[in-house]
Design a protein around this ligand. Structure first.
Ligand code: ADP
Ligand code: ASP
Ligand code: MG
Length: 408
């Protein structure tokens, strides 16, 4: 049996009219004789609405109960969509995470998929032609519902595609593919025909929310080709796939930004062995993702330690570190929630120098001050004041001529 995997995001399933359009996409492979696994997100805005309820009810909402509640968004959209299909006479049913089953660890709110036993799904497909699987949710080995983090339905879809060994996982969304930067921020953004897994990984981890990072990790690990395309048009989208030489010819492929960042500085930390571990181990235990870290040169045995974290973790981070002030031995903690990261990404950077310098010059020409810098083989990231995010994205997009797509 040939199985096609398709995923539709929140805006694609937001109301009856959109779900009817989704149905046309789903019925196409079905009519060609394929079985279809459709992964759906919650209707747009629903996950936010549910999370806000939890915050209203409790200052410290219980993570397992939050998952139990927030996962209902996907349950609703899947059941509704299955109703539409049945009305068309299609043998279809909704499938929740625990029914698939999508087995995860027990890290509520940011659970990771551990395994998917495809035999159950394949059995269900003997009876049904279309399975409508709830994205974003799974089941811990304590039989409690878990969720996979924001944007997690992408990961559900790619993991399912990997489990049943599908060649392609189609991710349908509200834009026609992966662009050189967010098309909703920069009108010059250009759709890419193909993008390498590693580039997509960097773009996703640097804020391009078109695909969740974990979904790209899965795709790369299990060699699943991902086709990102529009729910609302028929044009071909972007293929996320293995790198080849033509991709290396392009110096910079894309610009990503992440506005949900905060900067923390510990002033006059004692400069002694073990101090970094004292600072970052407790944050790691709380699953705070620390990203850019800069330690200033030591003076009189003291140094300043500056780093970035997701803005949502700022309060908790301050609380944790202030409790340890005496042990770590810093004089002051400064925090800045108004920063954002802007990154230039491209596998072609591996073999070229001068990319970072060109980016810094372009930002300098626009008077954008760079607060911190970090680099990897295929990425340069600048931390800036968040009010300059749009300007910085557009400036860098132009500086690397991304709008015309010619290799530099
Ligand atoms: P869905 O609900 O379908 O999962 P998301 O909102 O999670 O959709 O992701 C799609 C959005 O990602 C787009 O509307 C766009 O604003 C944003 N985005 C950010 N960077 C990019 C990029 N480089 N290419 C395409 N979209 C991007
Ligand atoms: N509904 C979840 C979210 O809004 C998961 C997803 O849409 O992928 O993050
Ligand atoms: Mg998404």
């Amino acid at each position: 049996m040939n199985i096609v995997v398709q995923k539709f995001g929140g805006t694609s399933v937001r109301n009856l009219e959109c779900q009817r359009q989704v149905m046309q996409k789903v019925l196409r492979p079905y009519r060609e004789g394929n079985k279809v696994i459709v992964v759906l997100s919650a209707m747009s805005g629903e996950t936010n609405r549910l999370l806000a309820l939890a915050d209203e009810w409790s200052d410290t909402p219980d993570a397992a109960e939050v998952d139990s509640m927030v996962s209902t968004g996907e349950q609703v959209s899947c059941a509704l969509f299955a109703m539409l299909l049945k009305q068309q006479g299609v043998k279809a049913r909704s499938v929740l995470g625990f029914q698939a089953p999508i087995q995860t660890d027990c890290a509520h709110g940011k659970a990771r998929i551990v395994s998917i036993d495809e035999t159950k799904l394949v059995d269900m497909l003997k009876e049904y032609d279309i399975l409508v699987v709830a994205g974003f949710q799974g089941c811990g080995d304590d039989m409690r519902i878990t969720t996979l983090g924001r944007g997690g339905s992408d990961t559900s879809a790619v993991a399912l595609a990997a489990a049943i060994d599908a060649d392609v996982c189609e991710i349908y969304t509200d834009v026609p593919g992966v662009f050189t930067t967010d098309p909703n921020m920069c009108s010059d953004a250009r759709k890419m025909d193909r993008v390498a897994y590693d580039e997509m990984l960097e773009m996703a981890s640097m804020g391009a929310k078109v695909l969740q990072i974990r979904s790209v990790e899965f795709a790369k690990k299990y060699n699943v080709t991902v086709h990102v395309r529009s729910t609302f048009t028929d044009e071909l989208g972007t293929i996320v796939t293995k790198e080849d030489e033509t991709m290396e010819a392009v110096l910079v492929s894309g610009i990503a930004y992440d506005k949900d960042q905060a900067q923390i500085t510990l002033v006059h930390v004692q400069d002694k062995p073990g101090v970094s571990a004292q600072i970052f181990s407790p944050l790691a235990e709380e699953q705070v993702l620390v990203d850019m870290i800069v330690q200033s040169p030591s003076k009189d045995g003291k140094t300043d330690m500056t780093f970035t974290i997701p803005r949502a973790d700022m309060k908790q981070t301050i609380k944790t570190l202030e409790k340890l002030q005496y042990e770590i031995g810093f004089e002051e903690l400064n925090s800045n929630p108004n920063v954002s990261k802007v990154s230039i990404i491209g596998v072609g950077m591996r073999n070229h120098s001068g990319v970072a310098a060109r980016a810094f010059q372009a930002l300098a020409d626009e008077n954008v001050n760079i607060l911190m810098i970090s680099t990897s083989e295929i990425k340069v990231t600048c931390l800036i004041d968040d009010k300059y995010t749009e300007l910085a994205v557009r400036t860098l997009h132009k500086a690397f001529h991304l709008e015309d797509g010619e290799p530099l």
